[in-house]
Write a protein that binds this ligand. Structure first.
Ligand SMILES: [Zn+2]
Length: 343
């Protein structure tokens, strides 16, 4: 099969021919149609995340099962599938409670601890594949369907994690990013009032199209003042921080209103100071949010099938152009998601 291989951190993709993978017991192989190209996997390419090289990255796939190993009964050849990003065990008490992101025996991630989707075929433990619902026309929209599992489902999960209700005000920090803009879309879908916060004003028009009611550039104006002003001095109900520097997190807490919730995801993941007295007086909550459960992916697919929301994929190119796509991702030039077309 053709694949794009990374031989080490900070190296260009190397187009290679490799043997086609064959499924062992409990495994399955899918032909990859498209694979999303987000910042999570660019972090690997740029050496900001430790993995064992050589590695084929990519996890936001749309594919079709072409082979199943012994003992696999829930997948058949020809099934349209995507992949769950975590190599969860499926048996620990967290997996059994449908809380797979906090699996006690996780094997890591697709495209990090095992080879991923930047190739003609991908082999995974069969339970990692998720069958695409019949109602989704994945053949017509493979790039959009493939990015649902991360770019759109992660924001959907945040709606529940922060218990966002209609009419609440939600500020999204990093709203111009690939997941951030889908968070804007999801919060607007949930009938919240959305404030998009980003240091790239070039992304504000897309944020407004995705449903933002207001935009704030914290390089031009004080973030806390701006959020207080936009809420008549009350403070925001929920801040979702995709940047997570100490500065954004501490500003986020200061901008919360009574019973405010701060959701912490990815980004720089820096330590930050929490004002205990303000937390007590206002009953703030700080919530970590890690990826999504399988059930949340299935629910997000249902929303996409009904066209309640639709993934924003603005740049789809052949696998051979992976390097150029990742240069754009690194520079923050992609609006929404980019994806590679493989089949
Ligand atoms: Zn588990």
């Amino acid at each position: 099969m053709k694949a794009m291989l990374l031989r080490g951190p900070n190296l260009p993709f190397e187009p290679v021919d490799m043997p086609d993978p064959a499924p062992g017991p409990g495994e399955a192989v899918a032909r990859v149609i498209t694979c999303g190209s987000g910042l999570t996997i660019q972090h690997v390419k740029a050496g900001r995340r430790n993995v064992a090289f050589p590695r084929i990255i990519g996890h936001e796939i749309t594919g079709e099962i072409v082979a199943v190993g012994a003992g696999v009964s829930h997948l058949r050849i020809g099934d349209g599938v995507t992949a769950y990003y975590y190599l969860n065990c499926g048996h620990c008490r967290w997996c059994l409670a449908n809380l797979e992101p906090v699996c006690a025996h996780t094997g890591g991630n697709v495209g990090l601890e095992c080879d991923g989707g930047y190739a003609e075929y991908i082999k995974l433990p069969a339970h990692i594949f998720i069958k695409l619902p019949e109602a989704l026309d994945y053949k017509a929209h493979p790039a959009e369907i493939g990015v649902v599992t991360d770019a759109l489902a992660t924001p959907y999960k945040v709606l529940r994690r922060a218990r966002i209700r209609p009419g609440e005000t939600v500020a999204v920090i990093g709203a111009g990013g690939g997941v951030g803009i889908h968070q804007v879309m999801m919060a607007a879908w949930a009938n919240a009032r959305v404030i998009a916060v980003d240091v790239a004003p070039s992304k504000f028009e897309a944020c407004r199209k995705a449903g933002a009611d207001a935009t704030v550039d914290p390089q031009r104006t004080d973030l806390v003042d701006a959020l207080r002003e936009l809420t008549g001095g009350e403070g925001v109900d929920v801040v979702v921080d995709y940047v997570c520097t100490a500065a954004t997190l501490e500003a986020a807490v200061k901008a919360l209103g009574r019973r405010g919730r701060l959701v912490v995801l990815g980004g720089a993941a820096q330590p930050f100071a929490l004002p205990a007295r303000d937390m007590l007086l206002n009953e703030y909550e700080v919530l970590g949010s890690r990826y999504v459960t399988r059930a949340e992916i299935v629910e997000t697919f249902e929303l996409v099938a009904r066209r309640e929301v639709w993934p924003l994929v603005t740049d789809v190119r052949p696998l051979a152009e992976a390097e150029a796509v990742h240069e754009r991702v690194e520079r923050g030039e992609v609006t929404g998601r980019a994806a590679l077309r493989i089949a």
